[in-house]
Design a protein around this ligand. Sequence first.
Ligand SMILES: [Zn+2]
Length: 167
Amino acid sequence: MKTDCDDDRIYYEEQLLDGCNNYWIAQAFLPHIRNVLSKLPLKVLKILIERNFGFFAPDPKVEGFVLPPSGYTRDVIVYLSPNLLERAQDHIEGTIAHELAHVYQGIDDAGPARIRNHRTAGKSMKRASKKSAYAEGLRQEKAADKLAERWGFRVPRSLTGMPETAA
Ligand SMILES: [Zn+2]
């Protein structure tokens, strides 16, 4: 039986996948992102839309691309590396869920570690604040892992502790 909730879900998912709302979602990423969105609670989808984010998930087959400077007015970009597509499905979807957990939990300018790889963030910061920024970064990574796991995903180990490939 079809319910109003189903209609809402379809509407929210379509809005999150809409080409006008995203920088780029390569065809190969679409089924994975769809799978992830289908597992998220309705209220989470609603908040994700409010966060005004856009995916930048380039196609591995495209070697160069120009994005128009206008027409993209998202507050947050979720980048998915084309290399991610070489991983197993649960790794890909766990990574997408982890990044969406960051978006859901909110990111801001106060914590550069929230949006950058820890190593990059650490290097660009003064020594005094390096340790606390690192600790804050770790806290946020663990919180994102925890939430993604609560949503039913297996978060790849590379995303926890000392991230090498993603943050
Ligand atoms: Zn992260």
